[in-house]
Design a protein around this ligand. Structure first.
Ligand SMILES: *Cc1c(COP(=O)(O)O)cnc(C)c1O
Length: 439
C-alpha cells in the first residue's frame, strides 16, 4: 500500500517511509491510498470475535500488504495487552474506556503499535545496517509518556523525550522520567515550543543525521493514528453483544477531540463499513472544528488553556485528513458529524452531575463527550463516548469538582514511587546537538 500526502505535492511513500518520516516532504499528512471495506460477514459475526481478533482483521486491511501475517498478528496482540471495555453509564450512554493501558490514556494504543512496527522495519533490514534508531519527541505532557512507555524495552530503539522544565504536572513527569532502559528524559529550560524547535532543528541538522538515525513519533504518524480504529470496531462488537443486533442500528459515537486524530481513525472505520450512524466531535473552549461545522470555514486560532488540556489545540493537524477523506465536501461532512464546545465551567458541571446521578467518574476530556451525548442524543439512539484518560491523571481537578476521592490505579502509583532521572539542558540547539553527538 502506498501513502500520499494531503498536500499532494510530495511523492507517494511506502509504509516504511511514512512511519519513519512521519510527515511528507511538502509538510502534508500521509493518507493510505486505499481504504478497504471489510466484508458484511465480518460485521454479522463480529460479536463472537475477541478484541485482538477484530483488531488483527482491521490491521490486515491497512498493513497486510506490507507486513507478513505472522509479524502483524504479533504486533497487534502485543500492542493490545490491555482491554478497551465499554461500560454502561446511563440507559442511553456508554463509556468506551480507553485508559487501561500503561499510561492511562488512549494514546497508548497508537504508541505501542508504532514502536512495534518500527522495530519490525529495523529487524527486516539486513544485518550491516543495524544501527540504533533514535526517536525524538517533544511533549507538553501526555504524548511523552505514551511514546516513552510504548517504546520501553523495544530493542534497537532509543527514545529522547524533551519536556519543558516546570511546565508538566508531577503525575505526567513521573511517567517518562522514571523509566530508564532505552528512555532518556531531557528537561529543557524553556517552554514546549522550545522543545519542539530543538527536535525540528535536530531533524534538519546534516551532521547530526550522519552521526545517528533520527525519527519522530508524533501523533500524526500513520502508525500511531490508524491503529486507533481498532477500538471502535471492538466497541461496536461489545455493544452488539450486550444489546443485540437490532438495538445498535442507531449508534452514535462521540469523541472528545483536540488534534482530531482519534475521531479521524473512527471515520476511517466507518469508511470500512463500521455501522455507526453519526459522530459528534466534542471540543473544550478550543472550538475551531465546531465553527467549521457551523460556517464551512476553517479558521485556526491560538490555543486556549483549559482543564481538558490534552484538547487545547488551536489548529488541529488532522483536519487535513478529515477534509481529504471527504474531498473537501462540506455537505457530506456535516451530514453525519456534529460538534459541541464547552467552557471549563460546563465541563465541571457535567462531571459533578454525572457523578452525583450515576456514580461514574469522568475525566475532564471524557466529560465533554458525555455532555455532548446528553444534549444531542435523539430518542431511540444509543451513544458511546470515548473516556480518553483515567480521571486519576487529573486527580486534583476531578476531586475538587466531585468532592470525593479518586483512587490512583496501581500502575500510576508505581510511576509515582519511581526515581526521577533526567538530563537538564538549556533551550540552545548547540548544547542539545553536542549532547546527542556524544551518544
Ligand atoms: C490527546 C488527547 C485527546 C485528544 O485526542 P486527539 O486525537 O488529539 O483529538 C483527548 N483526551 C486525552 C486525554 C488526550 O490525551
Amino acid at each position: 500500500m502506498k501513502y500520499y500526502s494531503t498536500n499532494k505535492k510530495a511523492p507517494v511513500a511506502t509504509l516504511e517511509k511514512a512511519v519513519v518520516k512521519g510527515l511528507a516532504e511538502d509538510r502534508g499528512l500521509y493518507m493510505p491510498e486505499r481504504i478497504k471495506p471489510l466484508p458484511a460477514s465480518f460485521f454479522e459475526n463480529i460479536e463472537q470475535l475477541s478484541f485482538q481478533e477484530i483488531a488483527y482483521t482491521v490491521a490486515d486491511a491497512f498493513f497486510g500488504e506490507d507486513v507478513d501475517a505472522e509479524s502483524l498478528k504479533k504486533i497487534v496482540y502485543d500492542t493490545l495487552s490491555f482491554d478497551c471495555p465499554v461500560v454502561r453509564v446511563t440507559d442511553q450512554i456508554y463509556s468506551l474506556e480507553l485508559f487501561h493501558g500503561p499510561t492511562l490514556a488512549f494514546k497508548d494504543v497508537g504508541a505501542r503499535f508504532m514502536a512495534r512496527l518500527l522495530q519490525y522495519f529495523i529487524n527486516a533490514k539486513n544485518s550491516d545496517d543495524q544501527g540504533l534508531v533514535n526517536v525524538l519527541v517533544a511533549t507538553s505532557g501526555d504524548t511523552g509518556s505514551a511514546v516513552a512507555n510504548g517504546f520501553l524495552g523495544v530493542d534497537g530503539i532509543h527514545v529522547y523525550v524533551l519536556y519543558p522544565k516546570g511546565k508538566v504536572s508531577p503525575i505526567q513527569e513521573c511517567q517518562f522520567t522514571t523509566l530508564g532502559q532505552n528512555i532518556t528524559a531531557v528537561e529543557v529550560d524553556g517552554v514546549f515550543d522550545d522543545c519542539q524547535a530543538l527536535v525540528k532543528n535536530a531533524f534538519m541538522d546534516e551532521e547530526l543525521n550522519q552521526h545517528m538515525k533520527l525519527t519522530s513519533a508524533n501523533s500524526i504518524n500513520v502508525a500511531r493514528f490508524l491503529p486507533q480504529a481498532f477500538y471502535y470496531f471492538n466497541a461496536y462488537a461489545r455493544m452488539k453483544e450486550a444489546l443485540g443486533s437490532s438495538a445498535i442500528d442507531n449508534l452514535v459515537m462521540c469523541v472528545p477531540s483536540g488534534n482530531f486524530g482519534n475521531i479521524c481513525s473512527a471515520l476511517f472505520g466507518r469508511k470500512m463499513g463500521l455501522p455507526i450512524r453519526r459522530f459528534i466531535a466534542a471540543n473544550n473552549a478550543n472550538d475551531i472544528f465546531y465553527h467549521y461545522l457551523l460556517t464551512g470555514k476553517y479558521e485556526p486560532k491560538a490555543s486556549k488553556q483549559t482543564i481538558a488540556n490534552a484538547m487545547d489545540v488551536g489548529d488541529p493537524s488532522n483536519f487535513a485528513r478529515i477534509y481529504d477523506l471527504h474531498q473537501g465536501n462540506y455537505e457530506e461532512i456535516v451530514s453525519y458529524i456534529s460538534g459541541a464546545t464547552y467552557t471549563d465551567e460546563q465541563i465541571r458541571k457535567i462531571m459533578k452531575d454525572c457523578f452525583n446521578k450515576t456514580g461514574y467518574i469522568l475525566d475532564p476530556h471524557g466529560a465533554c463527550g458525555f455532555r455532548a451525548l446528553s444534549e444531542q442524543l435523539l430518542p431511540g439512539e444509543v451513544g458511546v463516548f470515548c473516556e480518553t484518560a483515567h480521571p486519576a491523571k487529573f486527580k486534583d481537578t476531578v476531586e475538587a469538582v466531585i468532592q470525593s476521592e479518586v483512587a490512583i490505579p496501581d500502575r500510576l502509583a508505581a510511576f509515582m514511587r519511581g526515581t526521577k532521572q533526567s538530563i537538564s539542558l538549556s533551550k540552545d540547539f548547540a548544547e542539545f546537538k553536542s549532547f546527542l553527538m556524544k551518544r
